[in-house]
Design a protein around this ligand. Structure first.
Ligand SMILES: Nc1ncnc2c1ncn2[C@@H]1O[C@H](COP(=O)(O)OP(=O)(O)O)[C@@H](O)[C@H]1O
Ligand SMILES: [Mg+2]
Length: 454
């Protein structure tokens, strides 16, 4: 069911319940008020009767009956005089014998004077009022019985008026609540229609909403999501075009070499150079494809974290880089705290390899590369510092972009795909860590990787 129909239904049901409750409370209160009024009237009307019978009770029953008859006609009611045991003493209708015991609920009443109203089959609504009195000699009661149809006619007419008023209120509320709930849920319908229009080719979402509420939050969040998807899409597209371009360059070089190979077959030295170039390009392409595959795989696999001892990391780095470093007369120096870090081993080492290989690659011969693993405040910090070419201010913001290589780097070393630091960044992000770079051009670079302490 649509949300505004739901709201409408809920509001309407609640309103009907409230109306019913109001009806019950008001009509009961009104009935009680009427009864109190009738009771007061009855008491006031009966006081002259009481004054008269006080003098005759309990000695002259005949005179008492005379008074009762007179007033009974005047007041249009039946008057019964009761003794202090609430037994009949005299009846204005003359039907009840003296000393008769009456079975009436009103007689059980302790608080007098009091009135009781009841509906009877033969006389309709009847009001019983019991009034105490005190004569010189004795105590007694006067029971006044009169019809109360007028009271209930008044009540009925009031109830009818209320039912009509509430009915009109309910109808009015039906319309009002329909419009309010339709107005209230309008932004949701607008959102749905906008979202339905989104296609992979056309991803736009904009909606104006003035109220500062959850719907506004939802609209903002959706807008952000669409923008981020667009950004992601754009990045993905750029990545694809850059990767194909980057892969095409070595392929074009290879094709050129292959085309020219038959013409240099006579010259052995040139021929060997050509074959070497070819092998270099193949190598470069292989490395690039490997790294591209790695990059894509990183997101697919969930992290399998294990505890790595600092010594383990040192051992791995020595095994991987000692020979390469020695070939360039670069010394690898280690500074280790006896700590452990909790990471996905393969992913972490692949990232670290890229940082260390950069440090060696972009350092001149004879320098040293310093690798330290330390605990700093609440974090584990792995730093790789070199005394190499450094990174310029212009290059610094871009070095994590895929395929980005500074001009200096390309001039310094032909190898490299520009994917290494992208992989490092991905790895660190996956571990919810962070990267810090300190660098001075022509003096050296320190790359610090921070991971949460475990
Ligand atoms: N230790 C370093 N010293 C100087 N420049 C560096 C260093 N590490 C990275 N860079 C710069 O960042 C760029 C991107 O690095 P990377 O993604 O590893 O690609 P690659 O090493 O294949 O060029 C490099 O081309 C280089 O300009
Ligand atoms: Mg690199």
């Amino acid at each position: 069911m649509k949300i505004h129909y739901q709201l409408w239904l809920i509001f309407s049901c609640l309103f009907i319940v409230v109306c019913l409750a109001v009806y019950m409370v008001v009509s009961t209160t009104y009935e009680q008020r009427l009864q109190i009024g009738y009771e007061q009237i009855s008491i006031a009307q009966s006081s002259p009767v009481l004054n008269q019978v006080k003098d005759t009770y309990p000695y002259s029953p005949n005179r008492s009956i005379g008074y009762l008859r007179t007033y009974s006609e005047r007041l249009n009611s039946r008057l019964i005089l009761l003794d202090d045991d609430k037994k009949v003493y005299a009846d204005s209708f003359g039907q009840l014998k003296p000393n008769t015991t009456l079975h009436l609920t009103i007689l059980a009443q302790d608080m007098v004077p009091a009135s009781l109203f009841s509906e009877t089959d033969s006389f309709g609504y009847v009001q019983h009022t019991l009034l105490p009195f005190q004569s010189a000699e004795s105590e007694g009661y006067l029971l006044v019985i009169q019809e109360a149809d007028q009271l209930y006619a008044e009540l009925k007419s009031f109830q009818n008026w209320m039912v009509q008023t509430l009915f009109i209120a309910v109808i009015a509320f039906f319309f009002i609540s329909y419009f309010v709930s339709t107005w209230f849920s309008k932004p949701i319908r607008q959102m749905i229609s906008q979202l339905k229009k989104i296609t992979p080719q056309k991803r736009t979402f904009s909606l104006k909403h003035r109220r500062r509420d959850e719907i506004k939050e939802l609209i903002d969040a959706t807008q952000n999501m669409v923008e981020e998807l667009n950004l992601y899409d754009e990045r993905q597209r750029r990545f694809l075009s850059t990767s194909s371009h980057e892969l095409k360059t070595p392929l074009a070089t290879m094709q050129l070499i292959l085309e020219n190979l038959p013409y240099v077959r006579e010259n052995e030295e040139t021929y060997r150079e050509f074959v070497q170039d070819l092998s270099f390009q193949v190598q470069k392409m292989k490395q690039m494809v490997d790294q591209l595959l790695q990059m894509n795989r990183i997101w697919d696999k969930p992290l399998g974290k294990v505890t790595l001892v600092a010594g383990d990391i040192q051992h791995h780095l020595k095994q991987s880089f000692q020979h390469i470093a020695e070939a360039k007369q670069i010394t690898l120096e280690f500074e280790l705290d006896p700590i452990t870090i909790y990471v996905d081993r393969a992913l972490f080492l692949r990232g670290l390899d890229n940082v260390v290989s950069n440090a060696i690659r972009y350092s001149p011969q004879g320098k040293s590369v310093n690798i330290s693993i330390k605990r700093e405040r609440d974090e584990n910090k792995i730093s790789v510092c070199d005394q190499g070419m450094g990174i310029s201010k212009e290059d610094l913001p871009h070095i994590f972009e895929p395929f980005y290589r500074s001009n200096d780097a390309t001039a310094w070393n032909q190898e490299g795909s520009g994917l290494g630091l992208t992989i490092v960044k991905q790895m660190v992000e996956m571990h919810k860590g962070r990267i810090d770079i300190e660098t001075v051009e022509k003096q050296g670079t320190c790359i610090h990787l921070f991971f949460e302490k475990t």
